[in-house]
Design a protein around this ligand. Structure first.
Ligand SMILES: [Zn+2]
Length: 337
């Protein structure tokens, strides 16, 4: 805020003097609340972290690390997220609700309760937040009915799948979900790669998605973390499957060579910029920095998008996900599957 604005010049004067900030949509976030993530999942992640710290001669007490995790999970209504979005210039964030309830029995909420809580938070913040609802396909018909209700009644805009729970993204049990995605023209976002030690790696590889992507050509599939996990395979799928996308979330970590901005730079140099979605995975990296820092890490002058044409930059930061979301339709009940 400058003095000119306060002196009666108004926001418009100040605004016209500044270059407009890039429009940003965060295609990968979660509600920061332990109600949505089982204790066993968190404990497994803490085990992993403690092992790394101990090996380097930094034996932190487990209780201290647990408190650090707890601290970043205290935003049940997303009010802090919205504040950070404002500071970062993020117009909209997509909340992903993952269903761990079929496989991990220490979840606090049922899938339906989780959906209702997400619907409430969405209502509180209007167009600033969208929701993709997740259901384990082994819940059968009840799960399918709840997913359709989420699209029709709660205004959710997509499906979130977490294959580390022990199913392939091409499992035929998912067909009714993909049929709904097709009918409502909403995307399916699929977790790819690393997870908590309480879940397995065997169903997290990107090529497991290929069969579904070919059987449901009208459904847009988004590979979460595709810029940092199995990057060659993910880029290949984006290049050769018209309906497969990836997101940049977890670029903040260093799990691929170079890590951080280098991972983004590599992803945007593969001729697939029409398939890449900006994402932060809030609140996973909250302890290290805020949303503004992560947006700037990608958009800063001379940063990982420096060699990317402006049109492609706009696609990555907002255009691709807007194109996907804009297709949504609400079919007549008689016609829906
Ligand atoms: Zn995530």
């Amino acid at each position: 805020m400058s003095l000119d604005e306060g002196a009666g010049g108004g926001d418009t004067v100040a605004d016209t003097e500044l270059p407009p900030p890039p429009r940003v949509i965060d295609a990968h976030a979660h509600i920061a609340d332990e109600d949505f993530i089982p204790r066993s999942f968190i404990d497994g992640s803490i085990d992993n972290l403690l092992e790394a710290m101990h090996a380097r001669g930094m034996p932190l007490p487990r209780s201290k690390v647990a408190r650090m995790f707890e601290k970043k999970m205290q935003d049940p209504h997303c009010d802090t997220l919205i504040k950070e979005m404002d500071e970062a210039g993020i117009a909209t964030s997509i909340l992903l609700a993952a269903d761990f309830t079929y496989v991990l029995k220490d979840c606090r909420l049922s899938v339906e309760e989780m959906f209702l809580r997400h619907a409430e938070v969405k209502k509180r913040h209007g167009s600033r937040l969208e929701v993709f609802g997740g259901i384990d396909p082994r819940w059968g018909k009840d799960g399918v009915a709840l997913f359709e209700r989420s699209l029709r009644e709660f205004g959710f805009r997509g499906l979130k799948l977490y294959p580390p729970c022990g199913f392939s993204p091409s499992d035929p049990a998912l067909d009714p979900y993909y049929e709904l995605c097709d009918a409502y023209r909403v995307p399916a976002l699929v977790h790819i790669g690393p997870t908590s030690p309480v879940l397995g790696f065997s169903t997290t590889a990107p090529f497991l998605l290929d069969e579904a992507a070919r059987r449901f050509p009208r459904v847009r599939f988004i590979m979460a973390h595709g810029a940092v996990s199995f990057t060659e395979e993910c880029a290949m799928l984006c290049n050769f499957r018209p309906n497969v996308f990836l997101d940049l979330s977890a670029f903040q970590g260093a799990i691929c060579p170079g890590g951080g901005p280098a991972a983004v730079k590599t992803a945007v140099s593969r001729g697939i910029n029409h398939k890449i979605l900006f994402g932060t995975d809030w609140p996973v990296f909250r302890m290290q920095a805020d949303q503004k820092t992560y947006v700037e890490a990608v958009t800063t002058e001379g940063g990982p998008l420096a060699a990317v044409p402006e049109r492609d930059r706009d696609l990555i930061l907002h255009g691709n996900i807007e194109r996907i979301l804009s297709q949504r339709t609400i079919p007549d009940l008689a016609k829906s599957p």
